[in-house]
Design a protein around this ligand. Structure first.
Ligand SMILES: [Zn+2]
Length: 336
């Protein structure tokens, strides 16, 4: 399993280090959109998509508030689609997209990969479709994902990973990739864990924003990111609780799990580009299974206008039987 770390969009709000902790204070900050491109035997898997080609071609589809407040820099070469093509792959090789959540700066590239099944927690999909309140109408932009998208929503099923609840056995994906619910930033926000030969990686999405928030010696966060996270939190108490649990995870299992978040440029720098591909990536010729496995007994029926039924697709199967998306606090354990 080869994992590429990409930034699929940049936000450059004024205030420099008041946001990112390192840029000149009178200039723009650099906030990345850290996405993963994972080469697996099930084809290419994307974790988050940043901004997409349609955002580049029509920036006005993004909320004017966030476009100006975040000073979003949109460049075609930064999109996941173009970066994947630059590595010698095609858009159709991307068979799966796993979303930490559906905010505008994570979901913009979903429709650039029409062959992909999009895995997401059902609580997030419900919140994004509902869009209640002024903040949700600006953060969730249906035009980014209301085309012919094949959704694969999940409820929680009681599985555990290092003491966190998690969703295992994602449909069509290797068992080394898990969804770890980390609600708070949004109702169905989650981290994505991937097991590598060197240990686990956890893409924590927007569960935290600044590397100092996971500093075991001295917690610190820049003032603007502190404010921004509070402003964007759907449930701030749950956000802080999950952030504390991530810190605990790092404290107790920092050697086994490597953590990073979506927007910290210095964290992205810790993962240098992979060397060029020496052999073609195995891309399966078959679709994902047509029938749910016994591990996914529950079926939900998404709104038909929003879901493209693809022949041979697992479509609307969900894993597990518990609809709860709340993450309960508890000790970080050895379960994994
Ligand atoms: Zn974000």
């Amino acid at each position: 399993m080869r994992i590429h770390h990409l930034s699929c969009g940049t936000m450059c709000p004024f205030g420099g280090r008041l946001w990112d902790g390192f840029s000149p204070v009178l200039g723009p900050a650099t906030l990345v959109c850290h996405c993963l491109l994972i080469e697996t035997e099930a084809g290419l898997v994307l974790v988050d998509t940043g901004f997409g080609l349609a955002d580049v071609n029509n920036p006005r589809r993004l909320s004017a508030f966030f476009r100006f407040a975040n000073r979003i820099r949109l460049r075609e070469e930064d999109t996941a689609r173009r970066q994947i093509e630059a590595r010698g792959f095609a858009a159709k090789d991307v068979r799966h997209i796993i979303m930490t959540h559906l905010d505008f700066n994570h979901a913009g590239g979903i429709e650039d990969f029409p062959e992909a099944t999009v895995h997401v927690l059902d609580a997030e999909l419900a919140a994004a479709r509902k869009r209640d309140g002024a903040l949700n109408r600006r953060r969730y932009l249906p035009m980014q994902w209301d085309g012919p998208v094949v959704w694969q929503p999940y409820a929680l099923d009681g599985e555990r990973w290092f003491g966190f609840r998690c969703v295992r056995d994602l449909v069509g994906l290797p068992p080394d990739i898990l969804i770890v619910p980390l609600a708070g930033h949004t109702p169905g926000h989650c981290g994505i864990a991937a097991r590598t030969p060197e240990g686990w990686l956890l893409h924590a999405g927007d569960a935290y924003f600044f590397r100092g928030e996971m500093d075991l010696d001295e917690y610190h966060c820049t003032p603007m990111l502190r404010f921004y996270q509070r402003m964007m939190a759907a449930d701030n108490a749950m956000r802080l609780n999950n952030q504390a649990r991530l810190m605990q995870l790092k404290q107790t299992h920092g050697r086994a799990v490597r953590l990073f978040c979506a927007h910290d440029a210095k964290e992205l720098d810790m993962f240098p580009p992979l060397p060029a591909q020496t052999a073609p990536v195995p891309v399966p010729r078959t679709e994902v299974p047509a029938q749910p496995s016994p591990a996914q007994p529950v079926r939900v029926r998404p709104r038909p206008s929003r879901v493209r039924e693809r022949k041979g697709s697992a479509g609307d199967t969900i894993s597990g039987t518990r609809a709860a998306n709340k993450v309960t606090s508890g000790p970080v354990s050895e379960d994994r």
